[in-house]
Design a protein around this ligand. Structure first.
Ligand code: ATP
Length: 198
């Protein structure tokens, strides 16, 4: 059976870059955030989401994500309701996607919230991507044009790597891209060895 390898990491750790390196090695990769955005733009999902808000959260037939973020930031019960629509839809989509990739011995599921949403329990193996905090802050400042302080705030509010590490099979320290690429090749070999010995 196709194994599920969860790939996670805090903001700016480089998990999306690492996911793309796996893709380059021919491994199917599911980027949960990207898929969630596509799912949320399906008309039937838009309709369900609209029903939980008192004001119009649509713009030209699409969801006004910025407005939704602002509202749920202040009203956590609405965030819960939103998650209750989006999470099951992503779960179903992921299951269908795995079914389409049955011929692979394993697939990668990249998710920033693997631990927060308890999705790690549904994975056979887990990879954590990490990097020193100051490097992560610099990366996101450069990528998103935001302040260093706002990124430090997000890091403070995310689960700490130390709490995730005991549940992980591999920890990638992402500083040097070329080293990371080599490590990914080793991890792929390792996963295949583990799968063959089961
Ligand atoms: P987020 O949780 O914010 O989505 P992420 O963990 O997915 O972040 P990436 O988007 O992969 O992180 O990386 C953040 C930025 O840092 C990107 O612009 C990426 O190209 C860059 N980056 C990541 N790793 C490295 C590296 N080893 N060397 C140079 N740049 C890197």
């Amino acid at each position: 059976m196709t194994k599920i390898v969860g790939l996670t990491g805090g903001i700016g750790s480089g998990k999306t870059m690492v996911a793309n390196f796996f893709k380059e090695e021919g491994i199917p990769v599911y980027i949960s955030d990207e898929r969630a955005k596509i799912i949320m733009d399906k008309p039937e999902v838009i309709q369900k989401i609209q029903e939980i808000f008192d004001e119009n959260v649509q713009k030209e037939g699409k969801l006004n994500r910025k407005r939704i973020r602002e509202i749920v930031f202040k009203e956590s019960h609405l965030l819960e309701k939103l998650n209750a629509i989006v999470h099951p839809a992503v779960k179903k989509d992921f299951k269908q996607w795995v079914d389409l990739h049955q011929k692979y011995s394993f697939v990668i599921k990249e998710s920033a919230l693997l631990f927060e949403q308890k999705l790690y329990k549904t994975c056979d193996y887990i990879i954590l991507v990490t990097a020193p905090e100051e490097i992560r802050v610099k990366r996101v400042v450069k990528r998103d044009g935001v302040t260093a302080e706002s990124i430090r705030d997000i890091i403070r509010n995310q689960l700490k790597d130390e709490d995730k590490i005991p549940f992980c099979d591999w920890v990638i320290i992402n500083v040097d891209k070329e080293l990371v690429k080599k490590e990914i090749k080793n991890i792929i070999e390792d996963i295949n060895l583990r799968n063959n010995s089961i």
